[in-house]
Design a protein around this ligand. Structure first.
Ligand SMILES: CC(C)(COP(=O)(O)OP(=O)(O)OC[C@H]1O[C@@H](n2cnc3c(N)ncnc32)[C@H](O)[C@@H]1OP(=O)(O)O)[C@@H](O)C(=O)NCCC(=O)NCCS
Length: 167
């Protein structure tokens, strides 16, 4: 199975819509609109195409056998944290536990350290999200801290695991 990362294009609207409509949101930020609409997909693809021009962020579709099955990004932070960045990723439920995210993270880490002016990549993981922690650890990310009760989903507070990978 070949895992590839590709730039998003306006033609990917329905793939993005399908991905985000079926996403497991349990441990995702609330900024992902819910319910997800085709208009949300259009808005995001437009945002991403502009971001691609500024060399501070990388947004990619995760493609397996010609099908978009996930999304991954590295976004630069700003101000005194401008040499740091944040990684985020998701894979469709039907494609989990086949090593797809692990390969996608390896590839985008390589791209980020080559293309972006960053010295590290940070990941924030809900403590119960063991799959995400595993993906990061398999790529050399180190658990740097546990932010107690740092995030809220619905009315439940969660510890956030703070992971980092230094160039
Ligand atoms: C996290 C996520 C991206 C992982 O994608 P994936 O393609 O299934 O990841 P991989 O197959 O590369 O690796 C998953 C690893 O976690 C392990 N794993 C999965 N569920 C687990 C669980 N409940 N407990 C412990 N380990 C678990 C798998 O066995 C695998 O490890 P292995 O290769 O050593 O066997 C996917 O589950 C997802 O999209 N979740 C929803 C969105 C999300 O939480 N994103 C992360 C935000 S930080």
């Amino acid at each position: 199975m070949q895992v590839q990362l590709k730039k998003w294009s306006a033609k990917d609207k329905m793939s993005l819509y399908n991905l985000c409509s079926t996403a497991d949101r349990t441990y995702l930020p609330d900024r992902l609109p819910s319910p997800y609409t085709e208009k949300d997909a259009e808005f995001w693809l437009d945002f991403v195409s502009q971001a691609e021009d500024n060399d501070t962020d990388i947004f990619r579709a995760i493609v397996v056998d010609g099908r978009i099955v996930g999304s991954i990004s590295v976004e630069c932070k700003n101000d005194i944290f401008r040499t740091d960045s944040e990684i985020g990723f998701m894979v469709m439920p039907d494609y989990r536990n086949q090593g797809i995210a692990t390969k996608a993270v390896a590839e985008i880490v390589s791209q980020a350290f080559n293309k972006l002016n960053v010295t590290r990549i940070t990941a924030y993981v809900f403590e119960p999200n063991l799959a995400s922690a595993k993906v990061l650890e398999k790529n050399g990310f180190v658990l740097e801290g546990r932010l107690r009760n740092a995030a809220i989903k619905g009315d439940k507070l969660y510890n956030i695991l703070h992971y980092g990978l230094v160039k």
